[in-house]
Design a protein around this ligand. Structure first.
Ligand SMILES: Cc1cc2nc3c(=O)[nH]c(=O)nc-3n(C[C@H](O)[C@H](O)[C@H](O)COP(=O)(O)OP(=O)(O)OC[C@H]3O[C@@H](n4cnc5c(N)ncnc54)[C@H](O)[C@@H]3O)c2cc1C
Length: 516
C-alpha cells in the first residue's frame, strides 16, 4: 500500500516491526525481501512517486573547497538515485576486501566469498543474466598482470518502477511518500531508537515507532541524519568516537592515457562498445590483477577504452564539453569566459567532432587509430574527508550536508604509476607509445568528473573505535539501528557501488529475518 505522508498529523503514530528509511536501491531491496513475510514494514520516502524540485532541493549541500554537484549526484523520489543512474553493475574485486599493510584503514571484516551468494541474488534484482559471456582469453587485457571484468547494465534501470506494483499489492509493506525523517530519537540510555520524527513536505509532522530501524538514505544522508539526531547526544547518534561522516570516499573518472593503434592491433569491440547479454547489455573493462596491485602498492583502477580522434583536442570541443559539464552541475560561472573560445573555434570543430563521435558510436567496425583510457579511480579512506552539518538549512529547517573532500597525492601518484606500468607492458608487446602525462592529457580534463558514488561515512569495522557499524551492519552501541548503502563501505575499490549496495542489503535482510 502507498500512503501520502502529507495527510498525516502529529496525533498519528505509525508502528511497525521494521521501519526502512529511504526507498532507493538499498531500501527497496530490503522491502522486497520482507514482502510476504509475517513482519509489518514501513518504508519512509522523502520524495514522491516522481522527483520534484522542492524535495530535490533537500539534497543540496555546501563544501569547504571545490564545488560539488550535490543536486545532480543523488535523487529524492521512489527509486532514489536509480531513477537517474546509468545502471552499471560490477562486483568489487577480491583484493578490495583485504587489509593492506601499506593502506591505512583498508580491509573489510569479511572476504569476497561472504558476498558471493548475495551478488548472485543481486543479479535477479537488476535483471542480469546468470550466464557469463566467454571472455576473449587471447585479449591482451585478459593476460596477467591484467584482468578483464564485465560491466553489466541493469534492466530495468529504475528500481522504483520495478517494485511499485509489488508495494501497492503488498499486505505487509506500507510505503509512506513525502515523509522526511528529520530525527531519530533514542531512549534515555542511548541503546535503542525509540521513535522517529517525520515531517511531510507541507510541514506537517508525525511519529513512527518500530522495533528495528534501517537507515537507507544514501551515502551522504545516512551520516547527515545520524549527526542531525542530536537532541539527546550533541555529537549525534553512533558517534561516540567521532567517526560518523568521516572517511567519505568518491570515485574519480579521468582520461588517463592515449594510445595509437596500428591496423593489426585491432582491439575487440567488447571494450569499446556495449554488446547484448541476455535481456540486457554488457561491456568489458580491465585493470591490474590483485597480485600486481599488492606488489606495486597501487590503488584500484578500472580502465574503460574509448576510440579517440584528434578532433577531441579542438579547443572548442574541449571548452564545449567542460562547459556542458559545468552547466549540468549548476555552475554558470564560466559561461562568459568560455563563449569567445566556442565562438572562435566552434563553428567548424564541433560539428566535425559530433559527426565522428556518432559515426563511431553506431559503427563498431569503423576504422580508428587511437584510443583513450578512462580510469575509474579508487580513493583511499582518509579520516579528513568528511560530511558534517552545514550552517545552511533546507526548507524544512534541517542543516544541509557540508562536504570536505580532497583527492590526495597518493591517489594521483597511484594513477600515474599504474599508467607507467601499462605503457611499459604495451610497448613490450609491440604497441605504440602510451601518452599518460604531459600537456595533452592535462588538456583533456573536460572528461574528468566525480562518480556520484558516496561511500564510507558510516564505515563497517568490528571495533567501535574504528567503525560505525559492525559486520552485521548494526550501529555499534544501538541495539535496533542498522545501516544500508555505500556509507558502510570501508573501502570502495574501483567498482560502481550499487551492485554491492544491493548485495549487502540482501545479506542484511537475511540476517534480520533470522533474528526477528
Ligand atoms: C547520474 C547518476 C548515475 C549513476 N550511475 C551509476 C552506475 O552506473 N552504477 C552504480 O553502481 N551507481 C551509479 N550511481 C550511484 C547510484 O545511483 C547509487 O549508488 C545508489 O542509487 C545508492 O543507493 P541507496 O539506496 O543507498 O541511495 P539512493 O538510491 O540515493 O536512495 C536513497 C533514498 O532515500 C531517500 N531519503 C533521503 N533522505 C531521507 C530522509 N531524511 N527521510 C526519508 N527518505 C530519505 C531519498 O529520497 C532516496 O529515495 C549513479 C548516480 C547518479 C546520480
Amino acid at each position: 500500500m502507498i500512503i501520502n505522508g502529507k495527510n498525516l498529523k502529529l496525533e498519528d503514530t505509525l508502528t511497525a516491526d521494521i521501519c526502512i528509511i529511504g526507498a532507493g536501491a538499498a531500501g527497496l531491496t530490503l522491502a522486497h525481501k520482507f514482502h510476504q513475510t509475517s513482519l509489518s514494514v514501513l518504508l519512509l520516502e522523502s520524495g514522491g512517486l516522481k522527483n520534484d524540485p522542492v524535495t530535490q532541493s533537500f539534497a543540496d549541500g555546501t563544501t569547504d573547497g571545490e564545488i560539488y554537484p550535490f543536486i545532480q549526484s543523488r535523487f529524492r523520489c521512489l527509486g532514489g538515485s536509480t531513477s537517474r543512474w546509468s545502471g552499471m553493475c560490477i562486483p568489487l574485486d577480491e583484493g578490495d576486501f583485504e587489509p593492506k599493510s601499506w593502506l591505512p584503514h583498508s580491509g573489510w571484516p569479511f572476504s569476497l566469498s561472504e558476498l558471493l551468494p548475495y551478488y548472485q541474488q543481486a543479479q535477479q534484482i537488476f535483471g542480469l543474466p546468470e550466464t557469463i559471456p566467454s571472455l576473449n582469453e587471447k585479449s591482451l587485457f585478459h593476460q596477467s598482470p591484467f584482468e578483464t571484468k564485465i560491466l553489466k547494465y541493469s534492466n530495468p534501470l529504475d528500481l522504483g518502477k520495478k517494485y511499485k506494483q509489488e508495494i501497492i499489492e503488498s499486505q505487509n509493506i506500507s510505503l509512506i511518500i513525502h515523509s522526511n525523517v528529520i530525527e531519530l530519537i533514542p531512549n534515555q540510555e542511548g541503546r535503542l531508537i525509540e521513535s522517529l520524527k517525520v515531517q511531510g513536505s507541507d510541514g506537517n509532522r508525525f511519529i513512527v515507532k518500530a522495533r528495528t530501524v534501517i537507515l537507507a538514505t544514501g551515502g551522504m544522508e545516512n551520516a547527515r541524519l545520524l549527526l542531525a539526531s542530536n537532541s539527546y547526544f550533541p555529537q549525534g547518534l553512533g558517534n561516540h568516537h567521532d567517526l560518523v561522516g568521516r572517511f567519505f570516499m568518491e570515485h574519480y573518472f579521468k582520461v588517463t592515457g592515449i594510445l595509437p593503434i596500428k591496423q593489426q592491433q585491432k582491439l575487440t569491440t567488447s571494450f569499446t562498445h556495449r554488446y547484448p547479454l541476455g535481456n540486457t547489455y554488457a561491456q568489458d573493462v580491465f585493470g591490474f590483477n590483485d597480485d600486481f596491485r599488492e606488489r606495486e602498492q597501487l590503488l584500484n583502477m578500472h580502465l574503460r577504452i574509448c576510440r579517440y580522434n584528434l578532433l577531441e583536442e579542438n579547443p572548442a570541443v574541449v571548452t564545449g564539453k567542460k562547459l556542458a559539464q559545468q552547466l549540468s552541475q549548476g555552475d554558470f560561472s564560466q559561461i562568459s569566459q568560455d563563449l569567445p573560445t566556442l565562438w572562435q573555434n566552434g563553428l567548424t570543430g564541433i560539428p566535425r567532432y559530433l559527426w565522428w563521435h556518432f559515426y563511431n558510436k553506431f559503427n563498431p567496425s569503423a576504422h580508428f587509430d587511437q584510443i583513450r583510457f578512462v580510469g575509474l579511480v579508487e580513493q583511499e579512506p582518509d579520516f579528513h574527508n568528511r560530511i558534517t552539518l552545514s550552517s545552511k538549512c533546507d526548507r524544512l529547517g534541517q542543516p544541509l550536508v557540508n562536504l570536505s573532500l580532497n583527492f590526495s597525492e597518493q591517489m594521483w601518484e597511484s594513477v600515474e604509476r599504474s599508467m607507467f606500468h601499462l605503457g611499459k607492458i604495451l610497448s613490450e608487446r609491440g604497441f605504440g607509445q602510451l601518452e599518460y602525462n604531459g600537456d595533452r592529457i592535462q588538456h583533456l580534463t573536460s572528461y574528468d568528473k566525480v562518480g556520484y558514488h558516496h561511500m564510507g561515512t558510516t564505515r563497517m569495522h568490528p571495533n567501535p573505535r574504528q567503525g560505525v557499524v559492525d559486520a552485521n551492519c548494526r550501529v555499534h552501541d544501538l541495539d535496533n539501528l542498522y545501516m544500508a548503502g555505500s556509507s558502510i563501505f570501508p573501502t570502495g575499490g574501483a567498482a560502481n557501488p550499487t551492485f554491492t549496495i544491493v548485495a549487502l542489503a540482501l545479506r542484511l535482510a537475511e540476517h534480520l529475518l533470522k533474528i526477528n
